[in-house]
Design a binder for this molecule. Sequence first.
Ligand code: PEP
Ligand code: CO
Length: 454
Amino acid sequence: MNNNWNPGSWRKFPAKHQPDWPDDAELEQVQKTLADQPPLVFAGEARNLTSQLARVVEGNAILLQAGDCAESFDSSTDSIRDKLRVILQMAIVLTYSGGTPLVKVGRIAGQFAKPRSNPTETQGETELPSFLGQIVNDVGFTVDERRPDPQRLLTAYHRAASTLNLLRALTRGGYADLNQVSSWNRDFVASSPAGERYAQMADEIDRALRFMAACGLDSNTVPALHEVDLFTSHEALLLNYEEALTRRDSLTGDWYDCSAHMLWVGERTRELDGAHVEFLRGVGNPLGCKLGPTTTVDEVLGICEALNPDRVPGKLTLISRMGAGKIADGLPALLAAVREAGHPVVWACDPMHGNTYTSEGGRKTRHFDDVLSEIVSFFAAHESEGTHPGGVHVELTGDPVTECLGGSDDLVDDDLERAYETMCDPRLNGRQSVDLAFRVAELLRSNVTPTLGR
Ligand code: PEP
Ligand code: CO
């Protein structure tokens, strides 16, 4: 089917949001070195994710895609573990309270590149290239730090490899055991309403596990109770990097981008005649595509045809990110068109990127209530179109940051100064994430509108 495709065929198409690399020869050399490195994931794992996502298409599972906006090369082991912990906590809440199997995909182990609205940033009299993620340049505002450096592609690969190694160890080695559900909560149960609610649920799970143990069932011998599948994903933005990690699968002969299990194309780079869609149409991985508020029916149908022409269930996830005020107008026509055309997609809601604004204190932020409100409208749109609300896609961290407003701790503008640490977009902290999971679980259970706190 992909006669005219090869891992480098994107080069014949316009590629937006690529850095202005200072030295093409150095970039080529780095790409060669990357091409000699082992793959980070295997094609069989990517196919496994596609089949799990096919269950989401049918309405028999839910997708949770979550993690950092932009990962840092300097993330500590604790920070990576805590991010995993929050994802696992959300997953437990959604599975236990929502009663639905969950497919867990991290924005993790490779989410290093950022598209920016402005190519440059001005502070006072000085104008420098924008920060494009640590795979390109650095966040500090100096000429040296902002200069794109191709060697960073190699650092990104090695950081992704070590993060993935840690995640594989934690998810297979006992950290994700259901007997640990209470211990994941240790540091925020005392003071947070979401934590108290979580503790109650964890007690019920502990009781059920003790009952099963008393009946002779040892959770160590049951992989489903002892281990979890966490898949990796990132925006396939830097095409030199993605091309270098694209390999032919020895079992099927198909091409896979082995930098992550799932790749998505962003709102700013999803043109049908652009390099990003050209690259992604040729790889066997499950794919995502962000859809902003101006997306047309023709565009979404074009994306479906380009990225999943064979209509493989679970191959394509459409991630709407319209904004709480725009989704009710923008989404239903897209749902209807995709349904009518018979494309078997997962529909996910990214309630973060359409709800970003600048607070009175000058910080880029998002309000928890807008995040929740977009999800409520997402469920309502699916209800009216007779389609499945497949899941959510959120930016979060396990670090105790204060970047988004609201939530059960009711963070206000003044709180943002306390722990505003993100390198790019504002993220939900652990408490806000678990709180959100409880609200989404309510929606899943009953399709009843959860209480909007503001
Ligand atoms: C992102 O997911 O970090 C992002 C940049 O999203 P979008 O393409 O939807 O703006
Ligand atoms: Co972001």
